[in-house]
Design a protein around this ligand. Structure first.
Ligand code: GAR
Length: 210
């Protein structure tokens, strides 16, 4: 089974979705380590409750970004992590870290990339008047919120939506997409070829999202 390292900064609902998926019989991955850059991240309690190892690596305790990221990398390697999943991890990673984990580092982002990279995606989607919004799981590259796309899900934007109602509709899809992306990689039904992800023909069959 693929060993996951999940990086969080806060609530950890996507972490929970991954923990729940990994608990299902036959799921081809397990969470080996939950790593947070904040000691007060609520997601750490979710990991504790599931009996998963946690580590806090704070950027404040390290002299510079490189030292902080080396400490994270060392913890991930010590746990035998195969795939790093960013799940609401709110610090930008340097090219060093991104290259160190190239093609073994994925992120979930609350928009249909390449639309709305960055923060406040739901507010910006409402302001732009888009009719569809959603989420993306993608491989991390040096540019923020860019990189080969693994899985996306779209949701309609309703006329009476607020930032909160739209965020909740997208979040529900995030919780489906992240385990699906992990499964596709673990079962090698998604293959990374240069800057594209190729899905095996049967990858589209059982999953209506793709
Ligand atoms: C999620 O909506 C995730 O897509 C987003 O933060 C939230 C974390 O929630 N990520 C980003 O905005 C990354 N730039 P969670 O902690 O409950 O999973």
């Amino acid at each position: 089974r693929l060993k996951l390292g999940v990086l969080i900064s806060g609530r950890g609902s996507n972490l929970q979705a991954l923990i729940d998926a990994c608990a299902e019989p036959g799921f081809p991955a397990s969470v080996a380590l939950v790593l947070s850059n904040r000691a007060d991240a609520a997601g750490l309690e979710r990991a504790d409750a599931a009996g998963i190892a946690t580590a806090v690596v704070s950027h404040r305790d390290h002299a510079g970004k490189q030292a902080f990221e080396e400490a994270m990398s060392t913890a991930l390697e010590a746990a035998g992590v195969d795939l790093v999943c960013l799940a609401g991890f709110m610090r930008l990673l340097s090219p060093w870290f991104v290259e160190r984990w190239r093609d073994r580092l994925i992120n979930i982002h609350p928009s249909l990339l390449p639309a709305f990279p960055g923060l406040d995606t739901h507010r910006r989607a409402l302001e732009a008047g888009v009719r569809f919004h959603g989420c993306t799981v993608h491989l991390v590259r040096q540019d923020m919120d860019a990189g080969p796309i693994l899985v996306q899900a779209a949701v309609p934007v309703r006329p009476d939506d607020t930032e909160e109602s739209l965020a909740a509709r997208v979040l529900e899809q995030e919780h489906r997409c992240y385990p699906l992306a992990v499964r596709l990689l673990a079962e090698r039904r998604a293959r990374i070829v240069g800057e594209r992800v190729l899905l095996d023909a049967d990858a589209t069959a059982p999953e209506p999202l793709l």
